[in-house]
Design a protein. Sequence first.
Length: 889
Amino acid sequence: QKWVYDFSEGSKDQKDLLGGKGANLAEMTNLGLPVPPGFTITTDACRYYLEHGSTPPDLEAQVSEHLAALEKAMGKTLGDPADPLLVSVRSGAAASMPGMMETVLNVGLNDESVEGLAEQAGSERFAWDSYRRLIQMFGKTVLDIDGEHFEHALDEVKREQGTESDLDLDEEHLKDVVGRFKAIVREQTGADFPMDPREQMDLAINAVFDSWNSERAIIYRRRERIPSDAGTAVNICSMVFGNLGMDSGTGVAFTRDPGSGAQGVYGDYLQNAQGEDVVAGIRNTVPLADLENIDQGAYGELMETMSRLESHYRDLCDIEFTIERNKLWMLQTRVGKRGAAAAFIIATQLVDEGLIDMDEAVRRVSGDQLAQLMFPRFVEGGDATQLTEGMNASPGAAVGKAVFSSEEAVKWADRGEKVVLVRRETNPDDLSGMIAAEGVLTSRGGKTSHAAVVARGMGKTCVCGAEELQVDTKKKQFRAPDGTVVNEGDVISIDGSTGRVWLGEVPVEAPAVVRYFEGEIAPDSDEADDLVRSVHRILTHADEVRRLDVRTNADTPEDSARARRFGAQGIGLCRTEHMFLGERRQLVETLILAESEDERNAALDQLEPLQRQDFLEIFEAMDGLPTTIRLLDPPLHEFLPDLTDLSVRVAVAEERGEQDEGTLRLLAAVQAMHEQNPMLGLRGVRLGLVVPGLFTMQVRAIAEAAAERKKAGGDPRPEIMIPLVGAVQELEAIREEAEKVLADVAEKEGVDVPATIGTMIEVPRAVLTADEIAGAADFFSFGTNDLTQMTWGFSRDDVEAAFFHAYLDKGIFGISPFESLDIPGVGALIKIAVERGRGARPGLKLGICGEHGGDPDSVHFFHEVGLDYVSCSPFRVPVARLEAGRAAL
Ligand code: ADP
Ligand code: MG
Ligand code: MG
């Protein structure tokens, strides 16, 4: 088997085999760009190594062969004492895992070849600087020595010389550093730093393989859902030197601004430096544009190279380069990561430049990026005062009263208050508070702290690491650098996109993209900026290519109207439970507690006209579009007072000797209806079967509202949906009653009432008997929240706060199955129901309602299994439109 490829043998399409770095080094080599020669050991070899604990037997020979060829091409031998060839040993997996694995530079240096290198380069300082870097990197990554030992030793020498910059160290100082570094290696490992160049190289190769399973790499892969057995390639690349003097240097660059997409010169450059110095922030870099004055020739060549890369990759690229004595060398390129706005703008720019077509433009943006562009923004210039600036951990704008514990956050939010949770740092116990809060502010921890990671996962605004704030959770206050003390209950504003924190309320506004969706900004008007125009073009194209319809979950006329403006093609889920709260709660209570038929009917008669009005307005907002109305679903006791509260009330009244009959009766009823597992109790279709008249009242209200709309010239399209069905008999019983009511209303009103009757598929038994159920259903709608809950046996209201963080930490799943559909589990059930349902009733209409309808990965799955539509909250409608388009390409 071929385990090793010369850079000239590969191409950018071989990422799986050569890793991203290797594939792109090969691509650049073949484009004739100045890449230092080298070769790549395949990910196959790494997989072999990980499986067997040793490298493939013939690997060593193949490496020797390629090394010999490299040495011949370079006219030098690895580690030759007189004129050494030096190489870097670089990791590079198929999926980009920035900073997760290892690279060792200057391999081939030892006590002898360092002299040869000095001689050849005419610089002792440079040779010893390179040598100390090798021992440092090799010590850390290959020999597992804590890097601090080296850093301390280097700092110490700098201190002795009274300087902070390693540029002030001359060759004698650097020899001293090398001596100290070698001593560290001896102390820490009990052995000397290896002098044999080939041994150095082989050990470094194995260390790169091993770094695949470093803890941080494992955690990163879980989070990013990168397969754990993919392995990394290893690139052996001949060294070029940016640390040869001020005519040399190293830098990174983007071919366009990754923040805005604007064309121009973006990057950082550092003179007299090697590789990692740029990212490590050891010294201050200069903007790339300054390179033009430093070295016009190399700058010109770099600009030309970048524009070639862009047109070749047909995308924004990022690159690493080094200039060795005025000569440019390319060390890495890849299609660059970019911000959300830039992604849209660049995609349409490339279309206009003729580099890609609109299909490709749709593929190049994502629903997540679109969602980011829809977060509300703060309007600058209110009268709030800025307190400090922390890290922009999770975008969005949050305004609320400061609270200092998770319990308070939950308590205040339950009272309907908007709060911002302020902590020094968060831990898993804070999850419920984070969920309840508008946003999270911490004074400690970076962008990978618990607060930041969890907030991003939840799409919650977060500013972390605002270190200037002194947070005192005991006193429930924090102090800003200007002395301002913010107490519990004071209103603060935090901006997760900039990291800024204010005292007071900063007004928020909808970003331009949302105003475009609202119809407030026409895409061809002057008010539309580049971003709005790009979003418009891309979504228009997505709408043209998608097969899935997108509906919305909406319970009010306002939500329905907004969703329609956002492009919804109907309502996929109109919940009716909210319509039973507020003043109507009393009526529901009467209904539940009714002891006689007359009492019950009286309550139903009062509820019906109220319901009819609800539906009337929604049909009006959704005129001409399907409107799926779910009959009452939640456990009945949710409409009754809390058992504990009521018990206390009764006990207190008894104490005072003022007991009244009504309350006692209520208590008895509440006790009787109390359920241990309400989610598995009396709810959904079970209610319809057990509480006489409830569902028929709802169906009548729907039918009468539809009839009224029709008579007014409207086009109502109700779809009546029965929740929680597990057996066809349940559905049949309800259907029979409902059809009677529909016929009855049609006759009375003298118009045809165009309603269909279908069911939710959310109980596993419904999936398994979908063929039978299809016999009584005009449509299925997958209730993926309940289906997930019942498939996993997770009580959704409890598990997320209780232990999901542990499950996520342990990698049992990379993302909550309530957030993104569990495709192998819940998805398999959906497939079964689709097959059995359509098998029994071809053309059966299929949709999904539930949080997953707006989740990008889930939308792709729903497209693939052949659903007719997805339904999601109004603000996710554009996201679902885009992802449905992407799924179809
Ligand atoms: P990472 O994937 O972390 O960026 P790299 O393998 O790209 O790691 O290497 C780390 C740094 O060393 C980069 O700045 C890179 O440009 C530099 N580097 C790697 N190989 C060489 C080489 N052969 N000559 C000079 N610099 C190199
Ligand atoms: Mg790199
Ligand atoms: Mg449900």
